[in-house]
Design a binder for this molecule. Structure first.
Ligand code: FAD
Ligand code: 2HG
Ligand code: ZN
Length: 430
């Protein structure tokens, strides 16, 4: 590629001020949130409209330059940063900030891919609604990123994942063509569900530019948030049978101590406990009389503080896995045997059977421990990625969760939509 030629064409398409080449200016786009994944972009380009995204994709197609779409760069599997060969262009969606008025009658909204989750939530609230997807990275993660990863978050147990909120998508495909389905038709059986296909495709099938989303009516009253101290994970499972449950998150003593140390928050309960369960309910949850518990909305800070607190300890290996709920105690019992002496924190969305295993100690490129944990998860009938996606972190183990036939079908879809492998090569498919 002639870099000068690429730069000139991109500058003509989006404006020279939105083509970043200076190493200092591209640095924050080159390394992921965890600092485990880092690369070298050929350039970072920030198109300001769908037409400009299409122009960038066409230019890259003509010059054979692969594209890495990037939203808020809060992804945890390395899929949003360029690979290390220096040959990829980062397409940042940060200027795709369309925010249409809420369609009150339909309880829907159309938003640009670069709008943050927090902005969308505030926009929905101002119109008397709420958006059901929520996660601790809300003020940086973008709507496009959450759709591209089919993010889960804190309320999947009640509202489903991001896919369950998506009613339509506008996206630029690898050949520069634009598909747009933003009418928000609740019933629309006219063939393949392209919005569903792009949701969770991790930037490998198209660049999502806008999304039509389902909104929820606001809760009639503030929910109850209860933190319960328990002797072990077995004691947590029966407590999940609550009516009106909107979140069920677990933590352990090690994670709680770390968050208290990192944030300066007081210990949440009078005594220490092996396991903590945070329940959010529309009504008052039913608890056994002999458990230690506290009720306060602010208790969320202990759960949401985990990821940042762990980052203060080093560069973690993050293994976001799920198993059938009944297997959670067995998985947690087996984990120390495969993780060994490494500093480990486990927590997650208990109600979804989703455990976040964070391990500190192995070098970023030493994946022997990752291999052992993911094989253990597969042996328990689980998934190697519950909600963060495959990215570059887990391509090697996709076969543990998907059959050869499924992987072959996914490859054929990729080849049909992106025959030259322009969009996010190296991500998702091994
Ligand atoms: P990026 O990191 O920029 O990109 C992620 C992937 O999507 C990449 O493969 C990228 O190429 C692709 N992509 C981004 N935008 C587009 C687009 N417009 N079109 C096509 N492809 C695109 N995740 C959860 O699921 N649940 C959680 O509870 C959760 N909590 C988190 C808490 C913290 C503190 C942090 C740091 C992360 C958390 N995450 C969680 C992970 C992360 O926030 C989500 O994966 C989020 O969806 C990523 O959004 P982003 O805009 O930062 O995407
Ligand atoms: C969460 O649930 C996120 O807080 C991040 O998915 C999990 O840091 C992690 O491992
Ligand atoms: Zn999570």
């Amino acid at each position: 590629v002639s870099e000068a030629c690429l730069e000139h064409q991109l500058a003509t398409a989006v404006g020279a001020e939105h083509v970043l080449l200076d190493p200092d200016r591209v640095a924050s786009y080159a390394t992921d949130w965890t600092r485990r994944w880092t690369g070298r972009p050929l350039a970072v380009v920030r198109p300001g409209s769908t037409a400009e995204v299409a122009a960038v994709v066409e230019i890259c197609g003509a010059l054979d330059v692969p594209i890495v779409p990037q939203g808020g760069n809060t992804g945890l599997v390395g899929g949003g940063v360029p690979r290390s060969d220096g040959g990829q262009l980062v397409l940042s969606t940060s200027r795709l900030t369309r925010l249409d008025p809420v369609d009150v009658a339909a309880a829907q909204v159309t938003v640009g891919a670069g709008v943050t989750l927090g902005e969308l939530q505030r926009h929905a609230r101002a119109a008397g609604f709420s958006y059901s997807i929520d996660l601790a990275a809300r003020d940086t993660a973008t709507v496009g990123g959450t759709v591209a990863t089919n993010a889960g978050g804190l309320h999947v147990i009640a509202a489903g994942d991001t896919r369950a909120q998506v009613l339509g998508i506008e996206a630029v495909l690898a050949d520069g063509s634009v598909i747009s389905r933003l009418a928000g038709l609740v019933k629309d059986n006219t063939g393949y569900d392209l919005a569903g296909l792009l949701t969770g495709s991790e930037g490998t099938l198209g660049v999502i530019t806008a999304v039509r989303l389902r909104l929820a009516p606001p809760a009639a009253q503030s929910p109850y948030v209860v933190l319960v101290g328990l002797p072990g994970i077995e004691a947590a499972l029966p407590l999940l049978r609550q009516s009106g449950l909107t979140a069920a998150e677990f933590m352990t003593d090690a994670g709680m101590r770390l968050v208290v140390e990192a944030t300066g928050l007081p210990r949440p309960l009078p005594h220490d406990h092996a396991v903590y369960l945070l329940l959010e309910c529309t009504g008052e949850p039913m608890l056994p009389e002999d458990v230690e518990a506290a009720v306060d909305q602010r208790l969320w800070a202990y759960r949401e503080g985990h990821t940042e607190a762990i980052a203060t300890r080093g560069v973690p290996h993050k293994l976001d896995v799920s198993v059938p709920l009944a297997r959670i105690p067995a998985l947690l019992a087996d984990l120390p045997g495969v993780v060994g002496e490494y500093e480990t924190y486990v927590f997650g969305h208990l109600g979804d059977g989703n455990v976040h295993v964070n391990v500190l100690g192995p070098a970023p490129d030493d994946d022997r421990m990752d291999d052992a944990v993911l094989r253990l998860v597969a042996a328990h009938g689980g998934s190697i990625s519950a909600e963060h996606g495959i990215g570059v972190a887990k391509t090697r183990w996709l076969e543990l969760s998907r059959s050869p036939t499924e992987i072959a079908a996914m490859r054929r879809i990729k080849a049909a939509l992106d025959p030259r492998g322009l969009l996010n090569p190296g991500v998702l498919l091994p």
